[in-house]
Design a protein around this ligand. Structure first.
Ligand SMILES: [Zn+2]
Length: 393
């Protein structure tokens, strides 16, 4: 009878050390995993409590470089909340856990491979099924051919508990759902910081980190909502003035009606024309703003559009959105545009700034509502008193 292999902890942990050293933004997440030795797990697998089940035989036959890749693979299942997302699949799709697992591995591995990580030979990747890279597992799942080879990274991936997993959250240091959320956030922040200082991050991780830190909301809806709300505020409609009921409303004795006489606000839209802005996104954001203003009745000479190019310190008033031409390039200072907008005799109650965000902002809140539509995913965050809507580039 062959003697079952004992887990080579030194080799396994050397591989994790290597993975964390090479991808430091993953270190916190990698070290949150606790190791559970198991002869029944095919290779390595995880459960939702961040326990990593490890086959001693797999560790023995796999080189350290590849084991490091597998560590990253396993932690990716948990960071990407695969089990949570699997639970939101239609019931029919959830039934085939191993097929879900293959789709999830495709979501992970295309990034790991393009990031230069070594992975064991029997690995799933989109190319195996003639599928494009860069998609989420929910998109791969229906596109997989019937009966892909069985693949099993544990319930931390596909969501269905496996016989080799510990029951319940007992055992070595389980990670709770709340802790997992914090780990995801912290990892996403380290990725951002890594990208800022080293400038490189695989595309899949960049998208993931953006989504964790700023879940996508429909920017059109958010921008329209912000403009609509500001217009209502500026016209005094939010702070209802309860006037003495007129005689005509005597029939409504006891009911006080808010005044319906609202002055329409003036609005200035300041457009950043520096070179870093994308024309398509800018046009879309500008169209959204003017569309909402028209809808709430703010139009004509109540809206002014200012094109702001800080390089030449030129601010020009345009009468049609088509007149906004991008160019300039280099530095941007939207303070110039905001000051110019507020210096006009018919001072606006609302200033909407369309910018890539790479600009200094006024030191304090001017006496108007300021909305920043930040175009592009890279846009730095303005001061907290500025209402911001992110328009993905
Ligand atoms: Zn996997």
């Amino acid at each position: 009878m062959p003697v079952p292999a004992r887990l080579d902890h030194t080799k396994l942990l050397a591989a994790r050390y290597r993975a964390a050293g090479e991808r430091p933004y993953l270190a916190t997440a990698l070290y949150a995993l606790s190791v559970v030795e198991s002869d029944r797990v095919p290779t390595m697998g995880v459960d939702r409590h961040w326990r990593c089940y490890v086959s001693p035989a797999f560790v023995e036959r796999t080189p350290v470089a590849e084991l490091a890749g597998v560590w990253v693979h396993e932690v990716a299942h948990l960071l990407r909340d695969h089990h949570g997302r699997a639970a939101r699949l239609p019931a029919a799709d959830q039934r085939d856990a191993h097929r879900v697992n293959v789709a999830q591995d495709c979501e992970i591995n295309d990034d790991l491979i393009s990031d230069g990580l070594a992975l064991p030979e029997r690995r799933m990747e989109p190319a195996l099924f003639g599928l494009p890279n860069g998609q989420l597992f929910e998109a791969y799942l229906p596109a997989l051919p019937p009966g892909p080879p069985p693949h099993n990274c544990g319930s931390g991936a596909h969501g269905r508990p496996e016989p080799w997993e510990l029951a319940g959250p007992d055992g070595p240091s389980p990670v709770s759902a709340t802790e997992a959320k914090a780990l995801r956030r912290r990892t996403a922040e380290s990725m951002r910081a890594h990208r800022r200082t080293r400038g490189s991050l695989p595309e899949g991780w960049r998208r993931w980190a953006d989504e964790v830190l700023e879940p996508t909301v429909d920017w059109r809806q958010a921008l329209a909502g912000a403009v609509r709300e500001a217009a209502a505020w500026a016209s005094g409609a939010v702070d209802y003035t309860y006037r003495r009921p007129s005689r005509r409303s005597a029939a409504l004795r006891g009911i006080v009606l808010p005044s319906l006489r609202r002055p329409l606000p003036r609005v200035a839209v300041v457009v950043d024309t520096s070179g870093s802005m994308g024309e398509g996104e800018l046009a879309a954001a500008l169209g959204e703003v003017t569309g909402v203003l028209r809808e709430v009745g703010v139009r004509g000479n109540r809206v002014s559009v200012l094109a702001c190019d800080a390089d030449v310190h030129a601010v020009s008033r345009v009468t049609a959105t088509e007149q906004v031409t991008l160019g300039g390039g280099g530095g941007t200072d939207m303070r110039v545009g905001i000051a110019r907008a507020l210096a006009t005799p018919e001072r606006p109650g609302i200033v909407v700034v369309l910018t890539d965000g790479c600009t200094p902002w006024p030191d304090e809140s001017p006496s108007c509502r300021l909305i920043a539509a930040l175009i592009g995913t890279e846009a730095p965050q303005p001061p907290s008193w500025i209402e911001t809507v992110r328009v993905p580039g």
